[in-house]
Design a protein around this ligand. Structure first.
Ligand code: BG6
Length: 481
């Protein structure tokens, strides 16, 4: 299956930090279909060889295990091409189309790794020159819009040019191996289904914590904030995977229909609920790994006095028979105490204990990073004598060790799926719009509220009020319990 993969934004952060390394891994693993060309598009003039040299240089920053040898790079570089384009000029799109048509690849994937403001004009131009045939797919990288209206506007234009099944919206969390394992855990094993419900589960926590700050993306981040950057997409997608009913088949729409139902069942936020159940924070100076770091407002390209949130904690519920009354807590932030992402399913306590010490209830921890794995926390008998004591023990499954073969990274998986036309791990427009609909009242509330985000020290677990938010229900965040 010969393919052409066109990367708009071919010299941008995403292309060199995530996409090129992922494409190289796919190439190294022998998974890229043969006869492929990867065309980077950007506005500067440079030759194919100059672009290859640039990528070669950038690979020096990739983890050693994932860095190509000279020989491997020489072979990989054979796939790379570069084209200068002014994205406002229709003739440049015509030139691109001619370049693609001259070879007539069976599959053409157009990856828009550009700023989202360009999604509408680029799609319109692609349509104008006819680069939207049935063999073409367009991949849109998040963020898709700033709010519901802008997301709908993008989706309207995308749908006027491409069929829904040609439009692939990326949420790279769906490509993470642990997320596929979540699906396998729930729908490939009969064991958990009977207890995957309100009768057995006390609460569910989703934590996406980063020690990183905003780095060089200060201007982008300042317009975006943690709610749009992490909650509207990554955290909600994880929530849907936990809460959804079993789909009737593995067909992309069967899965996405079930996820959409969860999004529609989330308790809507009114003014009062936002004030009570959502907390925003912003980091101040502190220390990460023992090294001092500046506060958010002193980061490059962040205006002083910015009220953008770098931390969000919230409580919600899924209003249906399976989940009614079970709190789902989401917490995400930059410059937190640890670089980790996990989902914790906290089960209920035994109804009547015959043991003399009080012990934590069972929990299942689904670890997304730094390593992907599963931990099932149980209680075992400990000690002798008159009193039988309970002590926590855990069954620990490290997927990296369980499967000797190398794990496929999120972008590698999603790029290969985009080339193969597998849609399961991409987000449908109605899911994405529903997620916006749900977060919008929070954005509105914040825009009217004078208080601003609560400060927290870099290297902490966020504002103290985050513990209070969950303590209100009699629970604690997993690292505090
Ligand atoms: C991106 C966000 O979508 O996800 C970044 O824009 C964030 O701000 C990143 O750092 C986190 O992804 P991962 O895979 O490193 O957890």
């Amino acid at each position: 299956m010969a393919f052409d993969l066109v990367l708009f934004g071919g010299t941008g952060d995403l292309a060199w930090r995530k996409l090129m390394p992922a494409l190289f891994q796919a190439f190294r693993h022998g998974k890229l279909p043969p006869g492929g060309r990867i065309l980077a598009v950007a506005r500067d003039a440079r030759s194919d060889d100059e672009y290859r040299a640039l990528i070669h240089e950038r690979f020096a920053e990739v983890d050693t295990a994932k860095r190509p040898s000279e020989e491997e790079f020489a072979r990989f570089a054979g796939l790379l091409h570069y084209r200068r384009m002014d994205l406002s000029k229709v003739e440049d799109y015509q030139g691109l189309k001619d370049w693609i048509d001259a070879r007539g690849a069976e599959t053409v994937v157009l990856f828009l790794a550009t700023s989202p403001e360009l999604f509408v004009p680029v799609c319109e131009q692609l349509g104008a020159v006819g680069l939207n045939g049935p063999h073409v797919r367009v991949v849109l990288e998040k963020p898709l819009g700033q709010d519901l209206a802008s997301a709908q506007q993008i989706n309207r234009v995308v749908r006027s040019v491409f069929d829904e099944r040609q439009a692939l919206r990326i949420d790279h969390y769906l490509g993470k191996p642990a997320v596929q394992n979540l699906s396998a855990l729930r729908f490939g094993n009969a064991l958990f289904e009977p207890i995957w419900r309100r009768e057995s589960i006390a609460n569910i926590q989703i934590t996406l914590a980063e020690t990183l700050g905003v780095g060089t993306r200060g201007d982008f981040y300042n317009r975006t904030g943690a709610l749009r950057d992490m909650v509207q997409n990554h955290a909600l997608q994880l929530l849907t995977m936990i809460a959804m009913e079993a789909p009737a088949s593995s067909d992309a729409d069967a899965i996405r229909d079930e996820k959409l139902k969860v999004l529609r069942s989330l308790r809507p936020f009114g003014e009062r609920e936002v004030a009570r159940d959502v907390l925003r924070g912003q980091y101040r100076a502190g220390a990460i790994d023992g090294k001092p770091v500046v506060g958010y407002q002193d980061e490059a390209r962040v205006p002083p006095g910015s009220t953008t949130e770098t931390f969000v904690a919230l409580r919600t519920e899924v209003q249906n028979w399976r989940w009614a009354g079970v709190p789902f807590y989401i917490r995400t932030g930059k410059r937190l105490a640890s670089q980790e992402a996990h989902i914790v399913i906290n089960f209920r306590h035994v109804p009547h204990s015959i043991f003399s010490n009080s012990s934590p209830a069972n929990k299942l921890v689904i670890k997304l990073q730094p390593e992907d794995g599963l931990e099932l926390h149980l209680l075992a008998a400990k000690g002798t004598g008159q009193h039988e004591l309970l002590a926590p023990v855990s069954l620990d499954l490290d997927f990296g060790k369980a499967f000797a073969t190398e794990r496929v990274g999120a972008y590698e998986r999603l790029l290969l799926d985009a080339l193969a036309g597998r849609l399961n791990l991409f987000v449908r427009s109605d899911e994405q719009e529903q997620a916006w609909r749900w977060v919008e009242p929070i954005l509105h509330h914040w825009s009217r509220e004078s208080e601003g985000p609560k400060p927290y020290a870099a290297g902490s677990w966020g504002p103290a009020a985050a513990s209070a938010l969950i303590a209100r229900d009699g629970f604690a965040w997993s690292e505090e319990s």
